[in-house]
Design a binder for this molecule. Structure first.
Ligand code: ZN
Length: 159
């Protein structure tokens, strides 16, 4: 099995059996993201113990890329501080949205499996849906994100 086939397997596995899908009771932070152009919806919930993520949940439905990306994201968040999460988000954005090859593989860990999405412009928003919910949960007022109105995305990923 080549690497691409292996990556596809991992993505499909997360899609079929997404991790951390039990809703949290009284989450400390949460936000929703919608990506209407594809029909993806993700709610992200977080609980913190001191300044580290103790529990995380992602609830939603949509295409394989959106669900797998969010599922893999939840795995990456556990035990991390706000600052550490920001670092992962920054590197993930560089990889997926900017299509950079300079991202930090050590910070991203297993998330590098999603690198190929950067070349599939129509799927970039799908891959970012869970991450946009995360960003809104941490830095926004908790209000929902609609990726069709997201001006941060590069023009090439629209439509
Ligand atoms: Zn999608």
């Amino acid at each position: 099995m080549d690497l691409k086939a292996l990556y596809r397997e991992v993505i499909l596995d997360h899609y079929k059996a997404p991790r951390n899908t039990t809703p949290l009771v009284q989450p400390d932070r949460q936000a929703d993201c919608r990506n209407p152009s594809c029909g993806d919806k993700i709610k992200l919930q977080l609980k913190f113990d001191n300044d580290r993520v103790s529990e995380v949940a992602m609830l939603g439905n949509g295409c394989a890329i959106s669900q797998a990306s969010a599922s893999m994201m939840t795995e990456a968040l556990k035990g991390k501080t706000f600052a550490e999460i920001d670092r992962v988000v920054e590197e993930f954005r560089a990889m997926i949205v900017n299509g950079s090859t300079e991202f930090d593989r050590q910070v991203l860990g297993d998330l590098v499996i999603l690198e190929g999405v950067a070349k599939l412009h129509a799927r970039v928003k799908c891959a970012m849906c869970g991450w946009s919910a995360l960003d809104a949960a941490l830095h926004g007022d908790g209000s929902d994100v609609n990726l069709d109105e997201d001006r941060e995305m590069p023009a090439s990923s629209r439509g």
